[in-house]
Each structure stands twice: as structure tokens, then as C-alpha cells.
Write a protein that binds this ligand. Structure first.
Ligand SMILES: [Zn+2]
Length: 439
């Protein structure tokens, strides 16, 4: 996680207290560590282990693992190296490329794999013990073994005489799942592959809008289309309402440049992230004010009531049937029957309405709870991002609504609403802003 840049941006934005932010991040990292421990402490899946046995390791363990002294076929985690591997994946998810990652490791004096092995064997360190190569970083980022899976037959040699090994295609490889402890979660690994696949900037001719498909017109509800031009350097790339056709369409342009939109979206994501870390409680309250201990109790009570009401509805059906029989047999007078049946019917109707309303509230509440967790997971994942990528945009944002520009004091002002995934629109004006301390 890139705390430094986040803190710096926070200072620039003037809204975040760097110290508080740092504390939050430290706290969360510890929390994540606990989660990780719990996940790793899960009972062993004997079936998976059996599957793994079929995929014996054909190579030496990669950096991050070592051979178990008890079982030579088993790879176990080399804690010190594993922490570096994890950090490399985190940095990549944080938007850093292999060269930047190598630079950071070098600056932080992290031992290279070779130096690490030398140190473990008690040998002298190589000449440049911190000289990480970007190719090494790439190798680590692309290695599926870190998810706990064994990938065999990654390369082959044409003949025994030739030393050079040739990479195989994906189809020729054999993957054995969960053969050893994972250092990196599957989801993290997949995200890294996705991010790395987007590393090359598309050429101008087939440039895609970063927000294509997400931008809507506030007035007619149509999508805003992305428009680019080969002769432009990208600074003129823009979005405009699909219903606008040079003054002949049914809507106005709602013209917005991609650069401007990028800044707005980036700023809004930053604000949300900062608020989240600076005052997670305020963030939580803002989104789901009802999720207090009392509300939790209240929801439990409602759930119970819904159950009771449902039972009573069934019971009323039975009672109604009985008085109906009594009416037929003459056990009660017909007037009495009419009065009773009207009462029961009214009670039943009332209960049915209550069940419907309460159930809906309980459902929404439960849904919100998981939404908060999902959104929190995205925030944690992307803390410290330097650049918006399609993946990040798609994970964070559901919809961007662009209003027609207005003139305010002679200046062009354009309102943009951002609807986030899971949590919807976040209105910062109604939120207690994090306290600002003197920088
Ligand atoms: Zn429109």
C-alpha cells in the first residue's frame, strides 16, 4: 500500500489529517493480518490435499517458499520472503509497474532473492544485495504458484543436448490446485493479471473511453458517447449526449472532456477513501445510520415479529374455518359469525401488511450490511492508487450522471453525480467532514 502518496494527496486536498490516516491504515493492516491468519488456519481439506499429491512439484520452490524438512515433496512458506512477495502484489494492485516496484524495493533495502538465499545459508551477500530487476518482479507477478497451486510443464527443451527451455502454451501446462499454502489470494492474483493485461496503452485510433458505458445524461437519460480524434493527443477526447446531433438532436451536448471527468472521478474516489480511513465510523453512520446496536436489536425483534405474525395468519385461517363450520351447523348465530369473521379478516389483513413491510425492511437492512463490507473491501484494495484504470473505475463506479453546464458568475460550471457500486450516491455536503489539523 502506498501510504506516502495517499497522505501527500490528502494534504494537497486539505481534507485529511495525515496522522489519523496513517493510524487507520496501520490498524487495518493488522486487521487484515488477523483475517489472513484465520483464513490460513482453516481445517485442511483432505480432498484437496489428495488432488495436490497428484501434482508433485517438478521444480525447486520459487522465492517465497522452501522445502519442508519433514517432507521433501512439500513446499512451505518462507515467511520473510513471502512478506516481500505479498508486498510486490500489493504494490502492483496499488498501480505500480514492475520497474517502480523494483525501485521501491531497492530504496527500502529489501534483499533480492539471491541475497536472501545467501543470507539464509550464512554465506556472504552478493555485491548488489538490493538490486531488484523488473524482470524478476514480472516473474513473481505472473507466477500462479503463489496462490498455492502447482503449475507443471511450464517449459520444455527440444532435446537433451539443448539447454534452452521453451515456454509451453497454457493448454500444455498442468495445474494442480491447492498443493501448498497460498501466499497470495486467487482474487488478488487474478486482479494483478488483469491490471498487467491493461499495461499497454491502446493506440489512438482504437482508444476507448475510460468511462465508456458508465456516463449518462442528467436530462434525457441517454448514454453519453465517447468521441476521440486521431489528430488529438487525447486532451480533446470527450463525452457527449447520444441524443445530441449538432443542434438538430433532441438534447443538448452535455459536453465534458475526459481529462476533466478523470479529475472529478479521481477526486471523488479519493474523498471517499480518505473519509473511510479518516473516520470509518462517520462513513459507516453516513451510509447506514440505522446500523447501531439498537437497530440491530430492533431488526432482530422485527424478524421475530414477522415469524409470529406468519404463524398467527395461519392460525386465523384455521379459526375462520371453524367458525364457518359452527355457522353452518348452527352452533353460533349467523350475526355472530359475520361479526367474528369480519374481525378475523381485518386482523389477518393487517398482519399481512405488517409482514410485508417488516420483511422488506429486514431484507434491505441485511443487504446493506453486506454492501458495506463489499464496498469496504474495494476501498482497502485500492488505497493509494495513482492512476485510474478501467478495472478500478468499473469496481468503484456504477454510474456517472453529467448535467448540462451552467454559467455561474461568468464561469462554466458543470455538475457531475457519481453513483458508487454498492453504496450509491455519497453526498459529501451532508457528511461531517474529517477534522483538519494544521499541516
Ligand atoms: Zn441528453
Amino acid at each position: 500500500m502506498d501510504i506516502a502518496s495517499l497522505v501527500q494527496q490528502g494534504q494537497e486536498c486539505g481534507g485529511v489529517d495525515p496522522l489519523a490516516l496513517r493510524q487507520r491504515l496501520t490498524a487495518l493492516t493488522a486487521e487484515q493480518a488477523v483475517l489472513m491468519e484465520q483464513a490460513l488456519a482453516l481445517p485442511e481439506d483432505t480432498e484437496k490435499r489428495a488432488q495436490g499429491q497428484a501434482g508433485e512439484h517438478l521444480t525447486k520452490p520459487p522465492y517465497g517458499y522452501m522445502v519442508s524438512s519433514a517432507d521433501k515433496k512439500l513446499w512451505i512458506v518462507d515467511e520473510e520472503a513471502a512478506a516481500v512477495v505479498k508486498r510486490i502484489f500489493d504494490l502492483c494492485i496499488g498501480g505500480k509497474g514492475p520497474m517502480q516496484i523494483a525501485k521501491i524495493l531497492k530504496e527500502d533495502k529489501v534483499l533480492t532473492a539471491k541475497a536472501h538465499y545467501a543470507k539464509k545459508k550464512g554465506k556472504a551477500l552478493p555485491e548488489n544485495p538490493y538490486d531488484w530487476r523488473d524482470s524478476t518482479i514480472v516473474g513473481i507477478l505472473e507466477r500462479m504458484d503463489y496462490c498455492g497451486h502447482t503449475v507443471n510443464f511450464k517449459s520444455y527443451s527440444k532435446s537433451h543436448k539443448l539447454k534452452k527451455r521453451i515456454p509451453t502454451t497454457k493448454e500444455q501446462q498442468a495445474v494442480f490446485y491447492n498443493t501448498h499454502e497460498a501466499i497470495v489470494e486467487d482474487a488478488v492474483f487474478e486482479r494483478v493479471q488483469e491490471l498487467r493485461a491493461n499495461k499497454r496503452r491502446p493506440t489512438k485510433a482504437d482508444r476507448q473511453g475510460l468511462f465508456s458505458g458508465l456516463v449518462y445524461c442528467a436530462d434525457c437519460g441517454s448514454k453519453l458517447h465517447f468521441a476521440t480524434c486521431k489528430s488529438f493527443n487525447g486532451s480533446q477526447d470527450h463525452y457527449r449526449c447520444a441524443k445530441y446531433k449538432s443542434n438538430t438532436g433532441s438534447c443538448t451536448a452535455h459536453f465534458i472532456r475526459e481529462e476533466v471527468l478523470k479529475q472529478i472521478v479521481w477526486g471523488r474516489i479519493f474523498d471517499v477513501t480518505a473519509l473511510f480511513f479518516d473516520d470509518i465510523m462517520a462513513f459507516h453512520e453516513m451510509m447506514y445510520a440505522q446500523r447501531s446496536a439498537e437497530t440491530e436489536k430492533e431488526m432482530k425483534r422485527r424478524k421475530r415479529e414477522v415469524g409470529q405474525a406468519k404463524k398467527r395468519i395461519v392460525e386465523l385461517d384455521r379459526i375462520f374455518k371453524r367458525i364457518y363450520e359452527d355457522d353452518i351447523s348452527g352452533a353460533i348465530s349467523h350475526d355472530r359469525f359475520l361479526k367474528l369473521s369480519a374481525e378475523y379478516e381485518a386482523e389477518q389483513r393487517e398482519l399481512e401488511e405488517k409482514v410485508k413491510a417488516d420483511q422488506q425492511e429486514v431484507d434491505t437492512y441485511e443487504q446493506n450490511k453486506s454492501d458495506f463490507d463489499s464496498f469496504a473491501a474495494i476501498i482497502r484494495k485500492y488505497v493509494g492508487i495513482k492512476e485510474l484504470t478501467p478495472t478500478i473505475v468499473n469496481e468503484f463506479i456504477k454510474k456517472i450522471i453529467v448535467h448540462a453546464p451552467e454559467k455561474v458568475d461568468g464561469k462554466r460550471v458543470q455538475k457531475v453525480d457519481i453513483v458508487f457500486n454498492f453504496v450509491g450516491e455519497i453526498n459529501f455536503l451532508s457528511v461531517t467532514q474529517p477534522k483538519r489539523q494544521g499541516a
